[in-house]
Design a protein around this ligand. Structure first.
Ligand SMILES: Cc1cc2nc3c(=O)[nH]c(=O)nc-3n(C[C@H](O)[C@H](O)[C@H](O)COP(=O)(O)OP(=O)(O)OC[C@H]3O[C@@H](n4cnc5c(N)ncnc54)[C@H](O)[C@@H]3O)c2cc1C
Length: 477
């Protein structure tokens, strides 16, 4: 049933009113004639008090759980109709694991979707170690580092959101198409159901754009932003059931600057001693057509890239065999976006990949998304659920996190491979003669400090949100 145009019903404003372009900004990503948007029976209750979250990925869902912990009503609008466990491996750094624990997702839960990382190692093309360090608890962090299946993590968060907030707070199949800041200080989000061509305008208190690297909210906030940035690296990702190498839970970067393999287990070993091994085979190419052909997760045959890695056979790892036994291989370019100097537009804030998509070289995209959610929660607690909290978030974190984005472009912690290549062409017997141990450690510590997971400062930092955030939030109100 269509609503009367010009009349607001239960929080849903007819699109002609909500996006009448009389105030706020027009939405460049919305290629529809607003006057003729078909209106449907509104399904969202009228409160205007809800914080609206565009995007139900890792960031959007952790944000929803955090707001729920604070007793702040919110709704998530996710473009995909039916969420599925997509992706392969991702790392959760100790700072992010701490936040998940504080959300009640402790090691018992995380052990079901991944495994605790014990070591991070860089190995040259000749198979000799360049650098190795313990990780997580073994490195003295109070919280482990986890390597998990992204899809399994996503599904766990989805289940938690529907259980804790209620399924009626999670709207799948609704694509955020644009927003308008309202004169009363609120915000209106326009959501579309692309398959049915229906559009609804949803009123809310604040809007959090957590809609990933291709964010519509960011596109509207920064209409002149540069196109996606690609530095020339193509990645093929996959998983193979195989025995885990080294410590049994080692993250290993192997090869040279322009051709490397990253492998790490993302499951506990099964009864046969086999784990799900995540692998990322990467090459750097100048061929622009590669970029044009690939997007997120196009599935390809291993034959397409095997020739780059055929020589990587060692007595401790047979790379061609590992790749060829993979159940699936996805091809995607390593992409990010040029940083923008603000993530905020009045009552609207970008979070996660929508704010700062980054190369996975530092293994911190998902961790940063989780940290964003928690930091914002802390600011709501201190300053209220108001645009002021968003402004403080932007002021405090835009510059430092943008620096991490740029640092990851410079190969992140894999930059050590380049230093070794520059100094000896990648051929060495004694790594100390090429780059002394102190220099290697100083390089890594510099990266860790910049990425926010330096051990001592994390261990001594108070929790981002206090143990009983709801009580404190209520006391504040
Ligand atoms: C399908 C998929 C698979 C991935 N696999 C990997 C992987 O294997 N390894 C890895 O390191 N990283 C992977 N990533 C990226 C990784 O999840 C993110 O870099 C990181 O977790 C930050 O999370 P995010 O929530 O900010 O972004 P994302 O995880 O990208 O989540 C964004 C969410 O927003 C939704 N969305 C997009 N546009 C709209 C819109 N207009 N309106 C509403 N919703 C919208 C998307 O469907 C998605 O659910 C993947 C991302 C996706 C979407």
């Amino acid at each position: 049933m269509h609503s009367d145009s010009g009349r607001e019903i239960r929080g849903i404003r007819p699109a002609t009113t909500a996006l009448g372009i009389s105030h706020g900004r027009a939405c460049p990503s919305l290629h529809v004639e607003l006057q003729s948007v078909p209106m449907i029976e509104p399904i969202f209750p009228h409160t205007n008090d809800d914080v609206l979250i565009a995007g139900g990925g890792i960031c959007g869902l952790v944000t929803a759980l955090t707001l729920h912990q604070l007793g702040i009503p919110c709704r998530v609008f996710e473009a995909v109709e039916r969420l599925r466990p997509l992706g392969v491996g991702i790392n959760l750094q100790p700072n992010a694991v701490r936040e998940l624990y504080d959300l009640g997702l402790d090691s018992t839960r995380l052990n079901t979707i991944g495994t605790q990382v014990r070591e991070w190692a860089l190995v040259g093309l000749n198979g000799n170690d360049i650098y190795a360090e313990p990780r997580g608890l073994l490195a003295g962090y109070n919280w482990p580092q986890y390597a998990v299946h992204r899809g399994a993590l996503h599904m766990m968060l989805y289940q938690e959101v529907t259980q804790r907030l209620g399924a009626d707070r999670m709207h799948t199949g609704y694509q955020a198409a644009g927003y308008e800041t309202d004169t009363d200080g609120g915000v209106t989000l326009l959501v579309q159901t692309p398959d049915r061509g229906e559009t609804q305008a949803v009123a809310g208190k604040l809007l959090l754009g957590a809609d990933g690297i291709h964010s519509s909210i960011r596109a509207q906030m920064h209409p002149n932003q540069a196109p996606i940035h690609w530095g020339g690296t193509i990645m093929w990702r996959g998983v193979t059931r195989a025995p885990a190498i080294r410590t049994g839970s080692s993250f290993v970067g192997l090869g040279e600057e322009n051709r490397r393999l990253v492998i790490y287990p993302i499951s506990q070993p099964d009864a046969d001693g086999l784990s799900l091994i995540n692998w990322i085979a990467e090459i750097r190419t100048e061929d622009q057509s590669e970029w044009e052909r690939t997007g997120w997760f196009s599935e390809v045959s291993v034959d397409r890239f095997m020739h780059h890695f055929e020589s990587m056979k060692y007595d401790w790892l047979d790379v061609p065999s590992l790749l060829s036994q993979g159940s699936v291989a996805f091809e995607n370019p390593m992409i990010d976006r040029d940083p923008v100097d603000t993530w905020r537009d009045g009552p609207v804030l970008l979070l996660g990949d929508a704010a700062h998509p980054m190369y996975p070289t530092g293994s911190n995209g998902a961790s940063q998304a989780i940290i964003d959610a928690r930091r914002l929660g802390a600011l709501f607690l201190q300053h209220g659920v108001k645009p002021d909290a968003l402004a403080r978030f932007d002021t405090a974190y835009n510059t430092p996190v943008n620096q991490v984005v740029l640092r990851n472009r410079g190969d992140g912690p894999f930059g050590l491979l380049k230093i070794v290549e520059d100094r000896c062409g990648g051929h060495f017997e004694d790594i100390d003669a090429v780059i002394p141990s102190e220099e290697r450690h100083a390089f890594m510590q510099g990266y860790q400090a910049a990425a926010g997971f330096a051990r001592d400062s994390l261990n001594t930092a108070p929790p981002t949100l206090p143990p009983s955030p709801l009580i404190q939030m209520n006391a504040r109100i």
